[in-house]
Ligand binder design. Sequence first.
Ligand code: ZN
Length: 260
Amino acid sequence: MKSISLEGMNLLRFELLSEQAGLVHAVTTRPHNLAPHRAADRELATENRRRLCAALGLEFDKLTAATQMHGAEVLPVAEGDAGRGREGRHNAVPFVDGLITDRRGVGLLSMSADCPTVLVYDPAHRAVGVAHASWRGTLGGIAANLVAQMQRSFGCRPSDLMAGIGPSAGPCCYEVKDDVRRVAATRLEHVHRLIPSRGGRFFLDLWATLESQLLEAGVPQANIEQARLCTMCDQRFFSHRRDGASTGRFGLLGALKPVQ
Ligand SMILES: [Zn+2]
């Protein structure tokens, strides 16, 4: 990912997607917590979200987020949804972990502290989507669902889609216990590749699992970028496993460039 500094925030962008003139996107880093329901500095989270929107030239009032249930559901942003969840989970779009839109200037925010986030963009049909892909959501097929809903809602062709898989706990660190491994094994075709074992411990490769879903859905390999940044190794990110449940959240924001 490319590093940039805007409004005093250190942000990252997917190299592949940063060349797309119709797309605005960024991944945030510490110390800027974006979760108004988490961390010691939670009262700063809304201000950080405002700063992020200002940095990207987006209206904060249209910033939209899902409640993030660790599921695999994805919804298009409906007429009354734009702006939901901008100040916290209480009025976020319920029951889903992914949002898609073809409305310009509507920022879609996905938050994380170890879970991968996924961004998809269709330059041909002008649509964008983001998802929070927890291990449950990943095994439930959230990346495939993201592509399917882009097709269903906006007539996107998977071969036009571009995708970024954000920073998360990587295969270097993301150990899963046997109960998770057993569930994962029922869902994954290449278990030994996607859940490698080292020294009798099992590690789930969320990046490869999400990429394989995108490929299977028809997104070309050349259009997929993996950040390959591990939130447990890399101190720039909040990490639930490293820092505990009360840590903050970083975010992935994606939007179609607003009308000038
Ligand atoms: Zn790691």
